[in-house]
Design a protein around this ligand. Structure first.
Ligand SMILES: Nc1nc2c(ncn2[C@@H]2O[C@H](COP(=O)(O)OP(=O)(O)OP(=O)(O)O)[C@@H](O)[C@H]2O)c(=O)[nH]1
Ligand SMILES: [Mg+2]
Length: 467
C-alpha cells in the first residue's frame, strides 16, 4: 500500500518536474548528424513511419512539439531550414554545420500506455528531449588529455608515413631545429602544413585526425591554441624560449582552453548518445580507413568509460551515459539483402571497441540505418547474373543511376582482419560508392520523411523513457 502511494507521489511530482533527457548526436564531419537529427525530429513529430518505436505504435505518445531550449548561449539546431532543404521541391542535403547546436523536442506521453492503473489519476506527462549535435572530432580530443606534448608528438609523427598528405609537413620539418629559438613565422608555417596534412588524411577517409579543432577551427582560427604542430624532441635539451618549448606550451593551452571546456559544458550533461559512422565510406576508402575507424570507435567509446580519468569524473558528478548507439548511416546505398552484413560489420567493430576500451557500464548497440532514404531498390541482370542494386539521382549530374556497391562479406572478419594487418587494398573486390541527392518526396499527412530503421534507433535511445 505504502509503495502504491509513493508511486503516485512520484508520478505526480514528475508532472511538475518534467523530466529531461539529453540526447547527444555525434560523428565525424559528414557522418550524417544534421540529416539524422532533422529526420528523427520530423519522424517524432509525425509518427506514421515509426512502427518500431513502441510508444509511437501503441499511441503512448499523445503529442510532440518543439519548445525553446534550456541553454541560452548554445545556437539552436536549425531544424526548419534543414527540413526545408531536404524535403523541398528541389531537394538537397543540408549545409555542413561546424559547431554545437541544440533543439528541444517535448513529448506528451500517457504513463504506462492505455493500460496503466495510474494513467487516469495522473494524465499525460511531458518529457523533454534535448538533442545536442556536436562534432565527433571534439570527442576524439579527449585522448590528448592523457598525453603530454612529447608523447603526442611522437605518436603523431610516427603515423605520418602511413597517411596521405604529409609530404608538405615532412618537408617543412626537415628544415627546422626544434631546439632553436622560437619564432612565430616558423610556428605558423609548421601549423599550416600540419593542418593541411590532417585535412587531406580526413578527406582520404581517416577518422582519427586530432587535434579536432584544427579541422573545424571556427572563431579560434589563427589563435595560438591552433598554431602548433608535433615536433621531435631536440637532441640534448629543450632550452627555454625554444620552438619546442613554445609548441609544448600551446599544446597544453589547447588541452586546457579548448578540450576541457567542451567536456565540462556539453559532454558531461549527456544521458544518451548516438555516434554516427560512415562505415560504407571507410570500406570504400580501403583497409587502412577501416582500421582507423575501428581505432576511432575505441577512442570514442573510451571517452564514455566511467571513471575514465579524474578531472572528467569531477565534471560528471556521479552521472553517466546510460545508452550508446553506434549507427552506420547511409545504409540506403545498399540493397536490403546486404543490410544484415553491414550490421554484422558494425557489431564486430563495436565488440572490438568494447574489448579494447575495456568498456562496461552503458547499454551499447550497433546498427545500420539511413536517416533519409534517397534510393529505391532494383535488381538488374547482366551477362546472366543478377545484381541487387539501388537507384537514385546522382548529385554530380542530376541523372538517375543504379549502384551496385559490391558484395559485403558475410563474415566481418574478412574485412576487419586485413584492416588490422595493415593491408593496402582489399584482396577480393572493391567497394563502390555514389553520391545521391535526396529524392523528391510526397509525404502523407502524419508521416515523416522515409528512412531505414530510424524507428529502431529511436526505440533503443528513447523507448524505455516513453512507456
Ligand atoms: N544517401 C544518404 N546520404 C546521407 C544520409 N545522411 C547523410 N547523407 C550524406 O552525408 C552528407 C553529410 O550529412 P550531414 O547530415 O550534413 O552530416 P554532418 O555529420 O552533419 O556533417 P557536418 O555538419 O559537415 O559535420 C549529406 O550531405 C549526404 O550526402 C542518408 O541517410 N542517406
Ligand atoms: Mg552537420
Amino acid at each position: 500500500m505504502t509503495r502504491g502511494v509513493e508511486g503516485i507521489a512520484a508520478s505526480v511530482s514528475e508532472t511538475f518536474m518534467e523530466p529531461v533527457l539529453r540526447l547527444g548526436v555525434t560523428g565525424l564531419s559528414r557522418a550524417g548528424k544534421t540529416v539524422f537529427i532533422t529526420s528523427l525530429v520530423a519522424n517524432l513529430l509525425d509518427r506514421g513511419r515509426m512502427p518500431q518505436l513502441r510508444a509511437a505504435a501503441s499511441g503512448a505518445i499523445v503529442s510532440a512539439y518543439l519548445r525553446p531550449q534550456p541553454d541560452n548561449t548554445v545556437p539552436r539546431f536549425d531544424y526548419e531550414a534543414h527540413l526545408a532543404a531536404m524535403t523541398g521541391s528541389e531537394p538537397r542535403w543540408p549545409d555542413s554545420t561546424r559547431a554545437v547546436s541544440e533543439l528541444r523536442l517535448s513529448l506528451k506521453v500517457r504513463p504506462g500506455g492505455l493500460g496503466s492503473i495510474f494513467g487516469a489519476v495522473t494524465g499525460p506527462r511531458t518529457i523533454h528531449v534535448d538533442i545536442v549535435d556536436y562534432p565527433g572530432e571534439w570527442l576524439l580530443d579527449l585522448a590528448l588529455m592523457d598525453k603530454d606534448y612529447a608523447e603526442w608528438a611522437a605518436e603523431t609523427l610516427g603515423r605520418l608515413d602511413r597517411r596521405p598528405g604529409s609530404d608538405g609537413f615532412v618537408a617543412a620539418l626537415a628544415g627546422i631545429d626544434p631546439g632553436a629559438p622560437f619564432d612565430e613565422a616558423t610556428a605558423q608555417l609548421l601549423a599550416a602544413r600540419f593542418t593541411e596534412a590532417l585535412n587531406i588524411a580526413r578527406e582520404a577517409g581517416f577518422s582519427d585526425c586530432t587535434p579536432g579543432r584544427f579541422l573545424l577551427p571556427g572563431e579560434m582560427a589563427g589563435s595560438p591554441v591552433l598554431t602548433f604542430a608535433p615536433l621531435p624532441v631536440p637532441g640534448g635539451s629543450t632550452p627555454r624560449g625554444s620552438l619546442w618549448r613554445e609548441m609544448e606550451r600551446r599544446y597544453e593551452a589547447y588541452k586546457r582552453e579548448v578540450v576541457k571546456p567542451f567536456f565540462r559544458d556539453h559532454f558531461s550533461r549527456i544521458d544518451r548518445q548516438v555516434v554516427l559512422v560512415d562505415a560504407l565510406g571507410a570500406i570504400h576508402a580501403g583497409p587502412r580507413a577501416v582500421e582507423d575507424l575501428r581505432r576511432a570507435m575505441t577512442e570514442i567509446l573510451g571517452a564514455f568509460r566511467p571513471g575514465r580519468n579524474a578531472w572528467l569524473t569531477r565534471f560528471l558528478t556521479g552521472k553517466r551515459v546510460e545508452k550508446i548507439l553506434f549507427a552506420a548511416t547511409k545504409a540506403d546505398h545498399l540493397h536490403h539483402s546486404q543490410h544484415a552484413r553491414l550490421t554484422s560489420i558494425m557489431q564486430a567493430l563495436m565488440k572490438e571497441a568494447r574489448r579494447r576500451a575495456d568498456f562496461a557500464g552503458a547499454d551499447t548497440a550497433a546498427m545500420a540505418i539511413a536517416a533519409l532514404r534517397a534510393t529505391v531498390e532494383e535488381t538488374r541482370e547482366q551477362r546472366g547474373e543478377s545484381y541487387d542494386c539501388v537507384r537514385g539521382t546522382l548529385m554530380s549530374t542530376g541523372r538517375q543511376a543504379a549502384l551496385y556497391p559490391g558484395e559485403l562479406p558475410e563474415d566481418p572478419a574478412l574485412l576487419l582482419e586485413p584492416a588490422r594487418e595493415g593491408a593496402e587494398d582489399w584482396l577480393d573486390g572493391d567497394y563502390q560508392i555514389m553520391h545521391f541527392a535526396p529524392a523528391r518526396l510526397t509525404m502523407k499527412p502524419g508521416e515523416g520523411p522515409p528512412h531505414i530503421r530510424l524507428d529502431k534507433a529511436a526505440e533503443f535511445l528513447l523507448g524505455d523513457r516513453l512507456r
